[in-house]
Design a protein around this ligand. Structure first.
Ligand SMILES: CC(C)(COP(=O)(O)OP(=O)(O)OC[C@H]1O[C@@H](n2cnc3c(N)ncnc32)[C@H](O)[C@@H]1OP(=O)(O)O)[C@@H](O)C(=O)NCCC(=O)NCCS
Length: 191
């Protein structure tokens, strides 16, 4: 069971009781706007949470899709994850999604920073990368704030919701993360 704590947040495994809060995040069309999938239905959310539980139980574990919880209120406000493949186990894709009413408070930045710490220090990853629609400024701003470098702008590489869209690709290497100032947000005994 993975748990990552930051100054204001706990990133933890999903539990059955998360369904209503998870659905509130994922069914919002604005939240899904730049994602590859449409707003999630009740059935989608149930399947997603079941998948996250399967991922958590798999060995070797490749996907760490964690609930973002406001620590003080013990309230789920989103999710943040790292996913790697069997072919490239030292590299992982980073993602995050937040309840719309909680946007603009630095929570995605804090959660993503916690996941980078977890990925590099605990999983010993070599490279963490992310991609996003160039129109999704809030998303790429988070990546830039946590130190990922823009590596490319892919033209019309993805067919999403009936149209070809571009992607920005961002990444950071373990040595770059280690060389960066220590994260003020991750709460660990050796932080
Ligand atoms: C992307 C997302 C997770 C960001 O969450 P958040 O908690 O609001 O992010 P933060 O507050 O940590 O940082 C957002 C940054 O983007 C900036 N920003 C937000 N909207 C912006 C816009 N339209 N144009 C430019 N910058 C913008 C904010 O000002 C902030 O930067 P700053 O700290 O330099 O001022 C949230 O918008 C979301 O859940 N979107 C829907 C899901 C999604 O698109 N996920 C990413 C898929 S690639």
């Amino acid at each position: 069971m993975v748990e990552v704590r930051t100054a204001r947040l706990t990133l933890r495994e999903f539990v059955d009781d998360d369904f209503a809060a998870f659905h509130a995040v994922e069914s919002d069309p604005e939240v899904a706007r730049y994602q590859t999938f449409p707003p999630r239905t009740v059935a989608d959310c149930r399947a997603y949470l079941a998948g996250a539980r399967d991922d958590a139980a798999s060995s070797p574990r490749r996907t760490y899709d964690l609930a973002i919880v406001l620590a003080e209120e013990d309230r789920l406000i989103g999710r943040c994850g790292l996913g790697r493949t069997d072919e490239e186990p030292d590299e992982a894709l980073l993602w995050y999604t937040l309840l719309r009413t909680e946007w603009g408070r630095g929570y995605a930045t804090e959660a993503a920073r916690g996941m980078l710490d977890f990925g590099f220090r605990d999983l010993r990853l070599h490279r963490i990368w992310a991609d996003c629609d160039p129109a999704n400024a809030a998303s790429f701003r988070v990546l830039e704030k946590i130190g990922l470098r823009r590596e490319g702008h892919l033209l019309e590489n993805a067919w999403i919701k009936g149209a070809w869209v571009d992607s920005l690709v961002y990444a950071i290497l373990d040595r770059e993360w280690i060389a960066s100032p220590p994260s003020p947000s991750r709460l660990t005994p050796d932080a």
